[in-house]
Ligand binder design. Structure first.
Ligand code: FMN
Length: 188
């Protein structure tokens, strides 16, 4: 059983990586394998609506998307984590959601019944909208999203600040525990 977490920040080892690592530690403690993929430094172009994937099941855009898609397809659980950028997730994560979501239909809805969830960090505001935005992706693809002890958000601006948000860390940790619980209950 494996959970893959994709961090949509263009900043290496930033706050979103810190909070996501915390959740993955909580999941690993339950005997589930984990993998973190940072999109920092990677090129993920937006969907260009060429429709090629709807015929072939393959995306023809040449960038870093294919191996990340494969990791998402192989995983039992998927975490999509993002800092808030102008009240929304980052363009990098949005591009990934467009591409992975659109290619899933011609491939027979492979995300259906996987378990997922968002993790969101901001300096001040926009977490709730961003959580909802990411949850829409999980839900349209048939995925199950466990809750935590609050919405999966934390506060921080400069790199490392999120480590001071004790409640945010606790929420992220408890989300990991609930994700592991649902994964084990629904394992086929
Ligand atoms: C382009 C840009 C837009 C941002 N927009 C918001 C925002 O709308 N609300 C907010 O509270 N913080 C905003 N921030 C701050 C980041 O969400 C915050 O610094 C976060 O901790 C970054 O996470 P990271 O270290 O994982 O990159 C923005 C930062 C950048 C660079």
């Amino acid at each position: 059983m494996e959970v893959v977490a994709i961090v949509g920040s263009p900043r290496k080892n930033g706050n979103t990586v810190i909070i996501t690592t915390h959740t993955l530690k909580s999941i690993a403690e339950e005997g589930i394998e984990t993998k973190l993929i940072s999109l920092a430094g990677k090129e993920i172009k937006p969907c260009n609506a060429c429709m090629a994937c709807q015929e072939s099941g393959e995306c023809i855009i040449d960038d870093d998307f294919p191996p990340i898609l494969n990791d998402m397809l192989d995983a039992d659980g998927i975490i999509l984590a993002s800092p808030v950028y102008f009240g929304s997730c980052t363009a990098l994560l949005k591009a990934l959601m467009e591409r992975a979501g659109f290619i899933s239909r011609p491939r027979g809805s492979p995300f259906n019944r996987k378990v997922g969830g968002p993790l969101v960090v901001a300096r001040r505001a926009g977490q709730n909208f961003t959580i909802a935005e990411i949850n829409f992706w999980f839900h349209i693809l048939g995925m199950t999203v466990p809750g935590s002890t609050y919405w999966n958000m934390a506060f921080g601006r400069e790199i490392g600040e999120v480590a001071n948000d004790e409640e945010g860390l606790r929420i992220a940790w408890n989300f990991g525990k609930n994700m592991a619980f649902v994964l084990k209950k629904t394992a086929q």
